[in-house]
Write a protein that binds this ligand. Structure first.
Ligand SMILES: *Cc1c(COP(=O)(O)O)cnc(C)c1O
Length: 419
């Protein structure tokens, strides 16, 4: 098919040209004296993305699933009790992984479409006087349902219960896109993968561990080899790895961290919020509902859109792909067929998203869903117009955001246009 594929699954996300170019290079000796120039700054700069100063970043050649495993096996022992709310396919899979490692998981089932029940977690912890519970596992952004949980509220509940359990947070589809504060929320293990907010291909699992998590390592008896923090801690400070790292991925990560820092985390979060609001305006215009049950749960990185009774979300996805070259996310597990998802994270702007919204409404119409073609696009476009940033200086529009200040070698004032 001519033209670009419109990739709107919530991971892997679009890889910017800058990152593709940075990754396209010859292999080199990962034990050379020059290699640490690449790697040492990565560990340092990753901490900014996690918003931690005391945490320790680990980079594994793996995916988010490997990050889940690394976080658990380095800090827990078989038979340890943990609690984990389950409100979507990703929380489900993490629980399954924990169980297969011999952990005893108290599963708190929550309706899919809601998020972590901070109060219930607090009550369970306050009843655990012997401190038998060793960890609380939270998926910050449940990608299957488009729900973001309030990790700060979970921390508050844990503190109110005066419970020493470690706080484990899956931030795979939030870190680098939605506000995440490892130190402020006292997250002990924060996990992400490369193919979501970091705008890279899949292939890296990144875990940040708090000092408390690193101390828990001493008594943790889960078997671990490939994911052992200890081997990493011996090699990483000097810029090396215990085994061969994925060199293109590390160069890609270098570029990704540069892109994130040029735009600035707060601007990135605001952009994701605004892009998501446009999608939500489109969903309202279609007369459809999100899987997220209340506005406080709505995710700024993925919208899970329920199709009306009698229609199959998988048909929408199939037509969108085969007719319009648009990739939408599927409904997973118990949501299969009931919804489709628009991923809106990473390297994205308004017009890209309007393309996805147009494709989604065309495909919905094609399979017989009674939406008005153009209605979602119109609603989102009006929202984006009404909330647009000041005009870029002439000549700066196709450059990186920082070029605005430096176009022509000096600061160029922005021009404002009103609606
Ligand atoms: C994508 C994702 C994962 C990890 O999946 P991998 O395919 O192993 O990278 C984990 N949790 C969430 C919330 C995700 O969105």
């Amino acid at each position: 098919m001519p033209g670009r594929n419109f990739l709107f699954v919530p991971g892997p996300t679009n890889v910017p040209e800058r990152i593709l170019r940075a990754m396209d290079r010859a292999m080199e000796d990962h034990r050379s004296s020059a290699f640490p120039e690449l790697t040492v700054p990565l560990f340092r700069d990753l901490k900014e993305v996690f918003k931690t100063t005391t945490g320790q970043a680990f980079i594994f050649p793996a995916t988010g699933t490997g990050g889940w495993e690394a976080a658990l096996v380095n800090t827990l022992s078989p038979g340890d009790r943990v609690i984990a709310p389950r409100y979507g396919q990703f929380s489900h899979l993490w629980i399954d992984l924990a169980q297969r490692h011999g952990l005893r998981v108290d599963v708190l089932d929550v309706e899919w479409g809601e998020g972590a029940p901070a109060e219930r977690i607090g009550e369970i912890l306050s009843q655990d006087r012997e401190h038998e519970i060793k960890g609380v596992l939270i998926v910050h952004n449940e990608t299957a349902t488009g729900v973001t949980s309030d990790v700060g509220a979970v921390r508050t509940a844990m503190d109110a219960a005066r419970h020493p359990a470690l706080l484990y947070v899956d931030g795979v589809s939030s870190i680098g896109s939605i506000d995440f504060r490892m130190d402020e929320w006292k997250v002990d293990l924060a996990i992400t993968g490369s193919q979501k907010g970091l705008m890279l291909p899949a292939g890296l699992a990144i875990v940040c561990a708090s000092p408390k998590a690193l101390a828990a390592r001493e008594s943790a008896r889960c078997p671990r080899v490939f994911f052992d923090f200890g081997d990493m801690l011996r090699a990483n400070p000097s810029g090396y790895f215990p085994y061969t790292p994925s060199i293109p991925m590390l160069y890609g990560l270098r570029e990704s961290l540069a892109i994130l820092s040029e735009e600035g985390l707060d601007n990135i979060f605001a952009r994701h919020r605004r892009l998501a609001e446009g999608v939500r305006a489109a969903v309202r215009a279609w007369g459809l509902k999100l899987c997220a049950k209340a506005p406080k749960w709505q995710s700024d990185t993925v919208s899970a859109i329920l199709v009306p009774e009698g229609f199959n979300g998988a048909d929408v996805i199939d037509v969108a792909f085969r007719r319009y070259n648009l990739a939408l996310g599927a409904g997973l597990a118990r949501m299969a067929g009931k919804l489709f998802r628009i991923g809106h994270l990473g390297d994205l702007n308004e017009l890209m998203l309007l393309g996805a919204i147009a494709g989604a409404e065309m495909a919905m119409r094609d399979v017989g869903i009674p939406v008005t073609v153009g209605s979602g696009v119109a609603a989102a476009a009006e929202y984006y117009r009404g909330t647009a940033a000041p005009l870029l200086a002439r000549g700066a529009a196709t450059q990186s955001p920082d070029a605005v200040q430096t176009a022509g070698g000096k600061t160029t004032p922005r021009v404002t246009v009103r609606a």
